[in-house]
Design a protein around this ligand. Structure first.
Ligand SMILES: Nc1ncnc2c1ncn2[C@@H]1O[C@H](COP(=O)(O)OP(=O)(O)OP(=O)(O)O)[C@@H](O)[C@H]1O
Ligand SMILES: [Mg+2]
Length: 229
């Protein structure tokens, strides 16, 4: 499903004329098979979100290649990546990235509109997805009118709404209480078993790491566990 080959990344810091480079990932290689749940662990600042943002196409690597479903996505243009994501990848951001001027319902409905799904079908799918994350009473709330855990669940619903074969999740349980987390973990396992959805999940939480088949560990930008091919 995912193959990452010799991925290296550095961020540019500072202004023009006074730039420094911050190396963040060094020669990272691993792969994830279809149907797996793989957790990424590592200390704060080790490069986990950077790795997921590279795989999701939100930033471009300095060098190395990323393949998703045998397509070399690291060579895609921004537009190609946006199209590809719509059809193949659900992304749950560490800081949710909800659109503040849209209600919970509209945030979840948006990918369906972008995909050109008709209104009645959109309504059915959006309502069903919000129900799955127990937000049926919060359709009309704007992100600023929701708790952190509720916003997180909206972002999870948005990632799921198109039933993508791959979900990339950056600390999806970070703002949830333990009961809501239990529900979400069961839900992830159910999606994985019933729909064969592949998950790559960054987490600090042992309970989340435990539902995975495999753990990848990043330390200071180096992959120190879970690299294979
Ligand atoms: N857009 C950016 N510009 C410059 N530096 C960045 C940027 N994003 C991340 N960094 C730096 O890259 C390093 C890795 O950041 P990253 O967000 O990948 O860490 P992380 O492992 O996800 O940490 P956490 O567990 O705290 O979320 C950090 O030193 C961070 O300061
Ligand atoms: Mg992070």
């Amino acid at each position: 499903m995912i193959t990452v080959k010799h991925l290296t990344h550095e961020f540019e810091l500072g202004k023009k004329g006074d730039k420094t480079l911050l190396p963040v990932l060094h020669d990272v290689s691993f792969s994830v098979d279809a149907g797996e749940i793989v957790s990424i662990i590592g200390r704060s600042g080790s490069g986990k979100s950077t790795l997921l943002n590279l795989i999701g196409g939100f930033i471009r690597p300095k060098s190395g290649q990323i393949f998703i479903k045998d397509q070399e996505v690291s060579s895609f243009s921004e537009g190609q990546f946006a199209d590809f994501r719509l059809n193949h990848v659900g992304f749950i951001f560490q800081n949710f990235q909800l659109i503040p001027s849209m209600t919970a319902y509209q945030n979840v409905e948006l990918p369906l509109i972008l995909k050109g799904i008709k209104e009645l079908e959109r309504k059915r799918i959006t309502e069903e997805t919000l129900k799955r994350v127990s937000l049926e009473k919060f359709h009309d709330h704007y992100p600023s009118e929701l708790s952190g855990g509720q916003q997180q669940r909206v972002s999870i619903a948005r990632a799921l709404v198109l039933n993508p074969p791959l979900i990339l999740a950056d600390e999806p349980t970070g703002s949830l209480d333990s009961e809501t987390e239990t529900d979400l973990l069961e839900f992830i396992q159910q999606l994985n078993k019933e729909l064969n959805i592949t998950f790559l999940i960054i987490t600090h939480d042992e309970r989340v790491a435990k539902i995975g088949n495999r753990i990848i560990e990043i330390q200071d930008g180096h992959l120190i566990e879970g690299g294979n091919h």
